[in-house]
Design a protein around this ligand. Structure first.
Ligand SMILES: [Mg+2]
Length: 363
């Protein structure tokens, strides 16, 4: 339900119910006010695009002039739409009156407002479109610039993004200082990253690397980083020209790109449970985001996604009925499944979902 860095070590967070959703702020493709490039974090890849790094107005405009970029953008947009529908519909099931609809498979009345998962994913895509890779300063600033307090963010990230936007806070210091210097292991770095995996379709190594870079802007704990790497790699494989392969092989390829961690152990366990049909049992073993941590969210989300890659609708209901952090679980699953041709959500679902903000360049 939230990017909740408040579920950091020893501090499991309770659910944060989505509140009334304000109209998202508009703005140009994000640029940081100053730039805090330092040695912290993994080395970003050099931006090799013509004119990259120039501080000029045209640098803020997404470049659509190359076929490769257009393909990347198209795939990433499809993933983002799937992520947003999963997030928006999933969040509807925190409303007690909608519980019966969850079991019967009925759709709650629209419009369905999306939450922090989608808002942050829009920033990921906007930065990729503008820079051709993850620029950490631009991404952190976009998160801060577009941060809407009413989208269900956890308290720690609310505070961090407010400090960046209003007081010129350095995201490196703020992210590294969370939870007594351990950094957040919340699922927020994973919840927003499927469109990046789609952008790097067929190149899961690069997707995982860029996901790690993106994670560091808010989530410094190794579990959060591992979760982001896993979701990005899975999406890149699903969207790639070779196709996803079998669920078992797909999760195996993801595991090759995830460092030893609780997330890695959880994905191994998820792979061992691919033939289980009882989602409640799987959720009980893997977790389903009740602690809003990467390690109790990503393994289950990938389990649900890879079992239903040909059917967005079934993937959604399977995921949602497990409970837990429903909007984030469904955002991850929706972003992975929709990255594949034919994996888009039903049109009726998309129509009920709140339009994406204009600044994301997706509408
Ligand atoms: Mg959310």
């Amino acid at each position: 339900m939230t990017s909740d860095p408040d579920s950091a070590p020893g501090l499991p967070a309770g659910p944060v119910l989505p509140s009334s959703h304000a109209v998202p702020r508009s703005g140009a493709v994000p640029r940081p006010p100053g730039g805090h490039r330092s040695a912290a974090g993994p080395d970003p890849e050099p931006d090799r695009r013509p004119g990259a790094g120039l501080d000029r107005a045209s640098d803020r405009v997404p470049a659509f002039d190359q076929d490769a970029d257009a393909d990347r953008l198209s795939r990433a947009r499809a993933s983002l739409r799937g992520l947003a529908v999963g997030d928006a519909l999933g969040s509807q099931f925190f409303v007690p009156a909608h519980y019966p609809a969850l079991q019967s498979g009925e759709l709650p009345p629209g419009p369905w407002a999306w939450t922090d998962d989608t808002e942050m994913a829009c920033s990921v895509l906007a930065v990729l479109a503008a820079h051709g890779r993850i620029d950490q300063d631009a991404l952190a600033w976009s998160f801060a610039e577009h941060h809407d307090f009413d989208r269900g963010y956890g308290p720690a990230v609310n505070r961090m993004l407010r400090l960046i936007r209003q007081e010129g806070g350095d995201w490196r210091e703020l992210a590294a200082g969370l939870f007594n210097g351990q950094g957040s292991w919340g699922n927020g770095a994973a919840m927003r990253i499927a469109p990046l995996g789609a952008w790097y379709a067929g190149d899961p190594e690069r997707a995982a690397h860029q996901a790690e870079i993106s994670a560091h802007t808010t989530h410094r704990h190794q579990e959060a980083v591992a979760g982001a790497r896993a979701v990005a790699a899975a999406t890149a494989l699903v969207a790639g020209p070779a196709g996803p392969g079998t669920p078992d092989a797909l999760l195996g390829a993801v595991l090759d790109l995830v460092p030893r961690s609780a997330v890695h152990a959880g994905i191994r366990r998820a792979r061992d449970m691919l033939d289980y049909d009882d989602v409640a049992t799987v959720a009980a073993v893997l977790g389903c985001g009740r602690h809003t941590s990467a390690q109790d969210t990503v393994p289950f989300a990938l389990w649900a996604a890879v079992r239903h890659l040909d059917d967005y609708e079934q993937a959604f209901w399977t995921t949602a009925r497990a409970g837990g952090d429903v909007d984030t679980n469904c955002a991850i699953v929706g972003g992975v499944v929709a990255a594949r041709p034919g994996g888009e959500p039903p049109t009726a679902w998309t129509r009920r979902t709140e339009p994406l903000p204009q600044w994301a360049g997706v509408s």
